[in-house]
Design a protein around this ligand. Structure first.
Ligand SMILES: *[C@@H]1O[C@H](CO)[C@@H](O)[C@H](O)[C@H]1NC(C)=O
Ligand SMILES: *[C@@H]1O[C@H](CO)[C@@H](O)[C@H](O)[C@H]1NC(C)=O
Ligand SMILES: *[C@@H]1O[C@H](CO)[C@@H](O)[C@H](O)[C@H]1NC(C)=O
Length: 503
């Protein structure tokens, strides 16, 4: 509609999207890649000197690379809940910490996931890899109950089982470290059934490549738009890699695992190209939280950022991110503020889908992706692994400034020389908050003080009060505890558990 003042940008954007679809004839496909415990400094295209990530580097060179992209939690399950719902984990109740194989709770079924946003438009939907949003009684929290037509994967972290027989390369070398004892061996599930227990880790990435390739090819052949969500096990501890990657990187076991993930991503790109749908597909890559520094050279790297997994410093929650859509997203680098929360509203706009009628925390990034405009996001909230109404936000970023109200180290971030990162850096309240200029000082080394910073602090306090006023904490799903009978077992009536769950 052309009014007296001409078209506003929303109408222009709408027209642009309509034109885009007229040319491509069908709504776009989406591939969402979510690495595990991968830090800001781990990819070749984000500056790591010895990582080999040729396919991710290719996506970065031909797409939009984000320097200021955040997940919502420094640990797995809450971060995944926010990615799939566009809402902080405090709303959905996926806190504190993470879900376990026998957890009673999970991502509540009345939360609307990206897959459920797309389903009404006729999208084919599939998930593969690490779910980590619950299994529950009779698999009631699995991906097939949250809008995904199909699922192939391990429904939680692959160290949540006695995986001490995991071998690296050559095949008889044991992986370093220990996993969880006293639980069932790690299963591979297809939809709601156990396909293999214990899973064969060394063939797993090949199984994912095959699954994704046939999903992409079949959807493209039917001319059905599709959504593929691949939360990878790589590069979570313990590191492993099959024959195509083991011993082939310069970086040891972590580098091999990352290379294997990169190979799978290469296979997905090939499948898109061979099916003729690459130009109509948005690939988005990011990671769930910062690196697990306690694993030393077998953990990830947060590059110039402070600390890693488990903390609300930048290393815990700022992540590499790449958006790739040849012919539609212009190659470049953006310093705009963006988050995993923004993916649901962006996909909804690009597909022409309705937004869920709930309080969303995400902003539509379409204008940023397609037209290099400013991000609508002005602030990012940092909750610790155990958010509570009593403490509220640990930190808040507004524009280029980040204020810490509380800081705390984490076991996951142990072993670094920085004394603020490990577990023995206990909870510290900061009043006035510690404040950093993240553009001048992305490493959070030099807190600002003095009268110049007063107006910024006042503004941050205002944004914080507004946000916290709007926050209604959902009932904690993880505090519901665990029941060993809920652990997935391929031979449910067998004894003695858990060791008999072996098929
Ligand atoms: C889901 O149900 C719970 C329990 O009834 C409720 O508290 C919550 O607000 C609901 N969430 C949504 C997104 O509707
Ligand atoms: C590990 O290997 C030992 C010896 O081969 C075997 O007895 C045990 O069941 C294996 N454990 C797992 C979890 O596969
Ligand atoms: C895809 O887009 C690229 C870049 O715009 C173009 O060079 C190529 O010909 C397109 N391929 C197809 C199959 O349309």
């Amino acid at each position: 509609m052309v009014g007296r003042h001409g078209m506003d940008s929303a109408h222009l954007l709408c027209l642009f999207i309509c034109l885009l679809f007229t040319c491509s004839a069908s709504p776009p496909n989406f591939i969402l890649l979510f690495a595990d415990d991968l830090g800001f400094g781990d990819l070749g295209c984000f500056g790591h000197p010895s990582s080999l990530t040729p396919n991710l580097d290719r996506l970065a060179a031909g797409g939009l690379r984000f320097t200021d992209f955040y997940c919502t939690s420094p640990v797995c399950s809450p971060s995944r809940a926010s990615l799939l719902t566009g809402r902080y984990q405090t709303r959905s109740g996926v806190y504190p910490g993470v879900l376990y194989p026998g957890s009673i709770g999970g991502l509540p079924l009345n939360e609307t996931t990206i897959a459920e946003v797309l389903k009404p438009l006729g999208y084919a939907t599939a998930a593969m890899g690490k779910w980590h949003l619950g299994v529950g009684a009779n698999g009631r929290f699995l991906p097939t109950k949250q809008g995904f037509d199909q699922y192939l994967g391990i429904p939680y972290s692959h160290d949540m089982g006695p995986c001490h027989n995991l071998t690296c390369f050559p095949p008889d070398v044991k992986c370093f470290g220990f996993c969880d004892r006293g639980t069932v061996t790690v299963p591979l599930m297809y939809n709601e059934a156990i396909k293999q227990q214990p899973v064969d880790f060394l063939d797993l990435e090949k199984a994912y490549s095959d699954f994704a390739t046939s999903f992409i090819a079949a959807s493209a052949k039917r001319k059905q738009p599709f959504f593929l969500y691949y939360p990878s096990h790589h590069t979570h501890y313990p590191q492993y890699a099959g024959v195509g990657a083991a011993g082939r990187s310069l970086r040891g076991p972590f580098g091999d695992a990352l290379l294997e993930l990169d190979n799978t991503i290469g296979n997905l790109i090939t499948a898109l190209e061979e099916s003729g749908v690459m130009n109509n597909t948005l690939i988005f890559f990011t990671s769930d939280n910062g690196p697990e520094l306690m694993r030393m050279s077998r953990g990830g790297n947060s590059g110039p950022l402070k600390c890693g997994k488990g903390t609300t410093y930048e290393g815990g929650m700022r992540e590499p991110a790449i958006a790739y859509w040849p012919g539609t997203i212009r190659p470049g680098v953006t310093h705009e503020l963006a988050s995993t929360l923004d993916i649901l509203p962006t996909i909804a706009t690009l597909a022409g889908a309705k937004l869920p009628q709930v309080m969303l925390d995400g902003f539509d990034m379409t204008n940023l992706l397609l037209n290099q405009r400013k991000s609508k996001r002005e602030a990012m909230m940092f909750y610790p692994t155990d958010p509570s109404e009593m403490y509220g936000l640990f930190a808040l970023r507004l524009g280029k400034y980040k204020a810490h109200f509380y800081t705390r180290g984490a076991s996951h971030s142990g072993t670094t020389p920085d004394p603020d990162c490990p577990l023995f850096a206990t909870l510290k309240a900061h009043d006035p908050p510690l404040i950093f200029d993240l553009e001048a000082d992305p490493s959070e080394h030099y807190p600002l003080s003095g009268p110049d910073i007063q107006p910024v602090l006042e503004e941050i306090e205002k944004v914080k009060a507004n946000f916290e006023g709007s926050m209604v904490f959902g009932e904690s799903q993880i505090s519901k505890g665990t029941d060993p009978n809920l652990e997935p077992c391929c031979n449910p009536q067998c004894t003695p558990k858990p060791s008999c769950c072996h098929c």
